[in-house]
Design a protein around this ligand. Structure first.
Ligand SMILES: [Zn+2]
Length: 180
């Protein structure tokens, strides 16, 4: 399976796990001083090779996702090969409740550890800065009221982090409600 096919599979899985809806979320890979990223408006559940844009590491392309700046900043900050961005509903709900998400379930603690939550911004430059300050602490960062960015040396590793995160947030949320 080539790189783009791997990313297409990841997009389908992100939809299957309800981590994105409509044209939200994005996916990128960093290889040979290039960034390959989903285009603006792409539906992650039905990606085709034409939905990916390849840019020089410091370059830009009007077709690329607006989040290209964020992905580039993460690649500049830590050594990683793939980034997936999700809008998991339980992740977003929990982002309003904590400054750092500490899973209460064993799987979440094992896979994620403590996950930083940063302030959301519409300005991608400012949001990039907020994420870059925390991404070295954990390979997943939650953006308050927005979603999460997860890294991995393999796209499935990044995907597993996002799936576990949303599941751990659901467990945390349900536990909070039931024990209130
Ligand atoms: Zn987003």
């Amino acid at each position: 399976m080539n790189l783009v096919q791997q990313l297409i599979c990841c997009g389908k899985e992100m939809v299957r796990y309800s981590l994105v809806a409509g044209a939200s979320g994005n996916i990128s890979a960093h290889r040979d001083q290039k960034i390959i990223i989903t285009r603006k408006g792409a539906f992650l559940g039905s990606l085709s090779p034409e939905d990916f844009v390849k840019v020089d590491f410091h370059g830009s392309d009007p077709r690329a996702s607006r989040d290209l700046v964020i992905h580039r900043t993460i690649y500049e900050t830590i050594d990683t090969k793939f980034i997936l961005h999700s809008h998991g509903i339980k992740t977003i709900v929990v982002s309003f409740l904590v400054d750092t998400f500490e899973p209460i379930d064993l799987e979440g603690r094992y896979v994620l550890g403590a996950v930083p939550v940063v302030e959301g911004e519409y300005d991608v430059e400012r949001l990039s800065k907020n994420i870059a300050e925390k991404i070295s602490e954990s390979e997943v960062v939650v953006v308050k009221g927005h979603g999460a960015y997860a890294c991995g040396d393999d796209p499935l590793e990044a995907l597993a982090r996002l799936v576990t995160l949303d599941q751990s947030c659901k467990i945390f949320y349900d536990y909070m409600i039931l024990t209130k």
